[in-house]
Write a new protein. Sequence first.
Length: 111
Amino acid sequence: MPRSQSRTAALRAQGSTRVVQRVQTGVRLEKHILKVLKAIAEYHEITLGDVIEGIVLHAFEGKPAFGPEGLERIREFRRIYGLELSAFHAHHMIEAPGHPAAGHPRTRRRP
């Protein structure tokens, strides 16, 4: 049984699960960030959506989403997939020239 299924079974046994309503959405992400997120999801045998939800819910509460081992694994994934961006780059990225979204007002950098 995959880890995610055994973890879900354990949570159900504890009564810790919550029924939610999910929606399909189209989100544009920087390609190296996406590769790292997919690697995390594959490692934990969960969906990309589960990874994103977990990171966001932890951030909303000011809690770290990953412990020391998880952060070390992420450093390795970043190296493997060439992710050189950091938190400093958040909100300072623009589309590469020539990409269809490059001229879109929401993808241009604001002064």
